[in-house]
Design a protein around this ligand. Sequence first.
Ligand code: SF4
Ligand code: SF4
Length: 296
Amino acid sequence: MFNRKTNSAEGEKLGGMDRKSFLKMLAALPLAGMAKAAAAASPEIKPDGKKGYVNTRTGKPPKWGMAIDLDLCSGCGACVVACKVENNVPTTGDSHRKAGTDISWMTMLPINAEAGAEDQMRPTPCMHCENPPCVKVCPVNATFQTEEGIVAQIWDRCIGCRYCQVACPYSRRYFNWTEPEFPETYQQALNPDVATRPEGVVEKCTFCVHRIKNLKEQAKIDGREITDKDVRLLPACAQSCPTEAIIFGDLNDPDSLVSRMAASPRAQRLLEELGTRPKVFFLGKEKPLLNEGKEG
Ligand code: SF4
Ligand code: SF4
């Protein structure tokens, strides 16, 4: 087996691997180098002079996406906790968990062991599909795609019909069955950048859109443009990951780190056959690794 820590092969004959497996592994390795290359050629994202933002290299608005390297993920769940804290997701307790009505925008889901993968969990946020079924079924346009490809939700407009929840093939939407409650000691820790959601509405991962907005505002104040390096660990889940398994960025830019990861032979998307075109890519050792998108 190849030893990730020592970066060396162990055992006989190319670390006990045959030539084909060894070459396959080499093809998957350049990510560390990619980080440096991407830093050298950082895209710059700046206001387009109207209302939006444009990547100066592609001439297009950024298309935000995420890549999650499952070989780096230790399953610690820090991303899950960070997402809850960042986005004021209430901890609903055992009764909701048992009833399946608890809320967790980022969830650890088991990888399908039958597909040949080891017993491992997969951090799973909203896929922010390019062709999102949830947006099509919402009767009041409470969920929509932003110009930068984020599948957004207007809490105040949601009428709680839950069509979107049924339409999402990845089960990434959550209904508030009760008014969210936060312990008194916790209330001062609520994030003022994210509104809490009332009973009766559906909520989901936003790709931490408030952090993107804050970054744009700060860059404007500083009189500078936004680079790939600024956004790679921007979402709370990515920032909290001790192994930097989660990378965020502009999928329109082929030189961004997230695009390079998405182009890796190790990259796959969930339920691609549905034509939803998820903007979250998972990198794993073997294919097929991920043929389950639904929560069990
Ligand atoms: Fe995996 Fe990183 Fe999430 Fe931990 S924080 S579960 S290592 S992705
Ligand atoms: Fe949660 Fe933000 Fe990560 Fe989405 S991008 S799972 S909202 S922390």
